[in-house]
Each structure stands twice: as C-alpha cells, then as structure tokens.
Write a protein that binds this ligand. Structure first.
Ligand code: UDP
Length: 316
C-alpha cells in the first residue's frame, strides 16, 4: 500500500514507519519537524516537511495513497495545561484539516494515535473501551475530540477509521527510539541517570493507593505497538470507526520500573521520592481483550525487553 505517515519523524511514527516499510509498504512521511528529527525518518521513506494544514492536501491529491497513519501531535500533558489553545489548534485543528484533505483527495482509511489520557481518572481497572471518557487535561481532551470526529466522519462520510488508545509506550527499534528535547517519561529519565546525566531519579509520589505507594502504569513495547498498526490498517472498514486500547494488560509501579532498569543497566540508579505530579492517576492499566480477540494482536515483549532496547538505543 502507499501510506502517508504524519509525524513520521517522531518516536512512535519513525518506529512504525520502519515496520511498514519492512512489511513492503511505500511510506511518505509528513512532519513539520517541530518536535521530530529529520534523521529519524525511516530509511526508504520520503520526507515532506510541512504542517498538515498547509501541506496535507497537496501531498495527498492525485498521488494514489491508500491510507493515512496519523501520529503527528503535541503530547506533553503539562504543556497542554499551560497552553490549551496550542493543543486544540495543533491536535484537533490540524486533524480536521487532514480529514478534509483526505476527503478531497479520495483517501478513506485512517489509523489514529489516540491515548489512554482520554479516560482521565478511571473508576475501575483494567480500563475497557466502553468506560467513561473524562480527560483531565487539554491533551487528552483534544485527542478525545479527534476520536469523536472520526466516529462522525465514519457515519457521515463512509470513512474507515481505527483509533488505537496507547498506554505507556517504551522501548526502541534499532536506530529508531525516543529522543525528546523535553523528556518527561519515566523509562528514559531513569536510564539517563544510568548514563550519568543526572544524579538521581525523582519518583513522583509515594502515597498512592497502590501496593508500594507509587503509580502503576501499563508499559507496551513500541514494536508490539507497531504490529498493532499493521493489523489496524487491514481492519479499516468503510463506515466504521473502531476503537482499541493498546497496552499489555499488566501494571508496573514506578519503583518496579526503576528496579528493572537497575538490573538491565547494572547501575545502582539512585532514586528519591518527590512530590506527586499534578494530574497523575494512581493506576492506568488497559484491558487489551478487545484488540486481542478482534485483531488477533498480542504483546510479545516484556518490560525488561523494553528497558533493554531503550538502553541500547540511548547508548548508540
Ligand atoms: N514518573 C516519575 N519520575 C519521572 C517521570 C515519571 O516518577 O521522572 C512517574 C509519573 O509520575 C507516572 C509514571 O512515572 O506515575 C509514568 O509517567 P510517564 O510520564 O512515563 O507516563 P504517563 O503515565 O504520565 O503517560
């Protein structure tokens, strides 16, 4: 298939782009390089630099694309609270522009990177796709608005859409991995200490109602996540918007993650307790039953494998 990968110069977009190419697809990356890196674009993909608003139609029109995989987004929760307008504009506004360009260019399939942040503070775990969506920050709200738009466009315009609601993505795929200028994620921050960048890890909050008092999250290897995108692409059906959670279904606490990082790196990685980070739910764990039964997906890489691959990437 000929595929447009928005955000293909970013962490997840570059890994999945590389997997799509390896599966024999043709990939064009559209990225404004606001947070991505030109040298992260997968080998064999063409890079078009531009915003979705200004460039999507020009790229799609008459070029014979079969589908779009839409990764491009702003994704920092804290920034979204400080600058909600930026998140509504870049995430929802540019997605609407992309959908409009797709309609005009006759491209009717899309796989969208949604997020567990659409659920907010869950009442029960593991989280099901049918659970209430009550995002607690503009990042999650803007992603939920795109999910809602996809449902409406599927019903109204015959779009075939799949939203994958990612839980905590980690790991790397060879030369493709996480390289954020502002790094907020736990695993890269812990590994940075093992690399000698920083003296200790800050563990945000030790009084959560969890077995060891630190937050519990569901970590999924970026390569397993990529495999789900290949299945989702095949599952896109005209007039349908399907939504799947994408996690391992297992929870690990911040302390447990730090411990796995110590084992993998063979470094003591000092860790100190710090005040809780505002807005962090105690436990976020996916039910992945739906994607397992509907698409036949299952995770193959565990937390030590994610940490080992992220560590190998960081040391390159
Ligand atoms: N966290 C931490 N120290 C850090 C970064 C993150 O204790 O330096 C915690 C964070 O509070 C959360 C968990 O690790 O409980 C996962 O955070 P991350 O930012 O990786 O993902 P999120 O679940 O927020 O999407």
């Amino acid at each position: 298939m000929k595929l447009l990968v928005t955000g293909g110069a970013g962490y997840i977009g570059s890994v999945v782009g590389a997997q799509l190419l390896a599966a024999g697809h043709q990939v064009v990356v559209l990225d404004d390089l606001s947070t991505g890196h030109a040298d992260a674009v997968p080998d064999g993909a063409e890079l078009v630099r531009g915003t979705l608003r200004e460039t999507a139609f020009e790229v799609l029109d008459g070029a014979g694309f079969d589908a779009v995989l839409h990764f491009a987004a702003k994704s920092l929760v804290g920034e979204s609270v400080r600058r909600p307008g930026l998140y509504w504009d870049k995430n929802l506004g540019e997605s609407l522009a992309l959908l409009d360009a797709m309609r005009r260019a006759d491209v009717h399939r899309i796989v969208f990177s949604s997020t567990a942040a659409v659920y907010g503070e869950p009442e029960t775990t593991p989280i099901l796709e049918t659970d209430p969506t009550r995002p607690t920050n503009p990042y999650g709200a803007s992603k939920l608005a795109i999910d809602t738009t996809l449902t409406e466009y599927a019903a109204l315009h015959g779009l075939g859409a799949v939203s994958l609601r990612y839980f905590n993505v980690a790991g790397a795929h060879g030369r493709y991995g996480e390289r954020h200028t502002v790094e907020t994620h736990l695993i890269p921050n812990v590994l940075a200490v093992a690399l000698g960048r920083g003296e200790s890890v800050q563990m945000f909050g030790g009084d959560y109602p969890t077995p060891d008092g630190t937050c519990v999250r569901d970590y999924i290897h970026v390569v397993d996540l990529g495999r789900a995108h290949l299945l989702a692409l095949d599952a896109c059906a005209p007039g349908e918007h399907q939504i799947f959670n994408l996690g391992n279904g297992d929870g690990f606490s911040v302390r447990e993650v730090v411990e796995v990082c110590r084992t993998v790196t063979d470094h003591p990685i000092p860790a100190v307790e710090a005040p809780p980070r505002p807005g962090d739910p105690a436990v976020l764990v996916a039910s992945s039953d739906k994607i397992r039964s509907a698409l036949g997906w299952k995770p193959e890489r565990d937390l030590p494998a994610m940490v080992a691959d992220a560590w190998a990437f960081l040391r390159r």
